[in-house]
Design a protein around this ligand. Structure first.
Ligand SMILES: Cc1cc2nc3c(=O)[nH]c(=O)nc-3n(C[C@H](O)[C@H](O)[C@H](O)COP(=O)(O)OP(=O)(O)OC[C@H]3O[C@@H](n4cnc5c(N)ncnc54)[C@H](O)[C@@H]3O)c2cc1C
Length: 373
């Protein structure tokens, strides 16, 4: 009997985990579940928003020939006692479950979110002022991409904190030059009380008129795990042990944005940079488990913050493992090439016939480490 490995979510990390198991062993049947059959390049959501057409990558084609079975549908219930997951009206069994359903920006009335299918069409016909709320990496990348694609629009970036606060001063200065060049108005120290159809309400009677709004602050996590009784943190991410297994249900691995794993510097925040090594590590651990061995602990340190500033500029801040900035950064052409390499690398990994070990994808270390008993 083959071990049934069920992977929920075929985004960056679910795809990596599914292929990582299937390419390492024939003793497991891997089933991959995703609501759409198109692979969503979330790293490029801001490019889609600004009207660019991406490659059309279909999940069945990406997994063809690997033994991974693809099921199109949304998982709506996990029954941990019977080890079954409800997808549409079909129950899929598992021995090992990989939870890789990512995160999303909760919708806000009168505002678009970055993956809103109506946003590219809206921008194509937009005039006047377009306001981007939130100046984290998504807000910065969206504002610059939109300002470059639609130079007739007045793009405004509104945030509580400094844009790019996580970068060092030199990288931040380069980012501000890009804002100036693209004519982006930056309003900081601003707390948005409400988005209205034609204005941003800052509370206390101050209104910023706008002809359209993009909301980029905050991510949320679907309640699928929590409602199944799997231990989650307050946000809804599965709390995992050092081997990426749920602390309450060890047959469940969580990877990517939907997993909360603590390292010495804190809980890893959702990025592909961390999620892809997590998924590769989970795949290795699952194969070890299938072969009757113990999984190994996962260790990770950040090394960069790649930020595009439209198609013609970018900035890469190199970091210490805890994601604080080092002195080194890249800008302009070198940074554009670097960012593109980052954005295109996951699809290259999926096409490799040999799975990459997690330690080649990040500072995972831990090869000889033993799990604390
Ligand atoms: C504009 C933007 C730029 C970014 N740039 C970078 C960057 O430069 N570097 C970096 O490291 N990170 C970057 N990120 C973050 C990165 O995209 C995420 O951390 C990454 O996508 C997380 O991967 P994931 O597999 O956990 O989730 P996702 O890639 O979001 O995949 C989750 C998958 O699960 C599916 N799913 C959801 N619910 C269910 C369900 N109930 N049943 C079955 N399937 C389900 C979804 O449809 C999706 O296909 C960026 C994000 C954005 C928005």
């Amino acid at each position: 009997m083959k071990t049934q490995v069920l992977v929920l979510g075929a985004g960056y990390t679910g795809m990596m985990a599914a292929l990582g198991v299937a390419r390492r062993t024939r003793d497991a049947q891997v089933t991959l579940v995703n609501p759409t059959d198109r692979f969503a390049e979330r790293l490029r959501s801001h490019q889609v928003a600004a009207g660019q057409t991406l490659g059309d990558y279909r999940i069945p084609a990406l997994v063809a020939g690997t033994g991974v079975r693809f099921v199109q549908g949304r998982a709506t219930r996990i029954d941990t006692s019977r080890r079954r997951v409800l997808v549409a009206d079909v129950e899929l069994p598992y021995d090992i479950l990989v939870y890789a359903i990512g995160s999303y920006t909760p919708p806000v009335e009168h505002a678009f979110t970055i993956s809103d299918p109506g946003l590219p069409e809206f921008l194509r016909h937009a005039t006047g002022t377009f306001t981007v709320c939130g100046a984290g990496l998504t807000g910065i990348e969206a504002a610059t991409e939109i300002a470059e694609a639609y130079p007739h629009l007045h793009v405004r970036l509104v945030s509580q904190g400094e844009p790019g606060a996580m970068m060092g001063p030199a990288a931040r200065a380069h980012m501000h030059k890009a804002f100036d060049r693209l004519g982006i108005e930056v309003r900081t120290g601003v707390s948005v009380a409400k988005v209205l159809p034609d204005a941003i309400d800052l509370g206390g009677g101050e209104l910023l008129p706008t002809d359209g709004t993009l909301w980029t602050t905050g991510v949320a996590y679907a309640p699928l795990a929590a409602s199944a009784g799997i231990s989650t943190d307050e946000a809804g991410r599965i709390v995992v042990d050092q081997a990426l297994r749920s602390v309450s249900h060890p047959s469940v691995y969580a990877v990517g944005d939907a997993g909360a794993i603590r390292q010495s510097y804190g809980v890893i925040h959702g990025t592909c940079q961390s999620g892809i090594p997590m998924a590769a590590h989970a795949a290795q651990s699952i194969v070890r488990q299938v072969r009757g061995k113990q999984p190994r602990p996962f260790r990770f340190g950040y090394w960069h913050q790649p930020v595009s500033l439209g198609r013609k500029d970018a900035v890469i801040q190199f970091t210490y493992p805890d994601d604080t900035p080092r002195r080194w950064y890249l800008k302009a052409k070198a940074a554009i090439r670097y960012k593109e390499a980052v954005s295109s690398s996951p699809l290259k990994f999926y096409r490799m016939s040999v799975p990459l070990p997690a330690r080649m994808l990040g500072m995972t270390g831990g090869r000889r480490n033993k799990l604390p008993s």
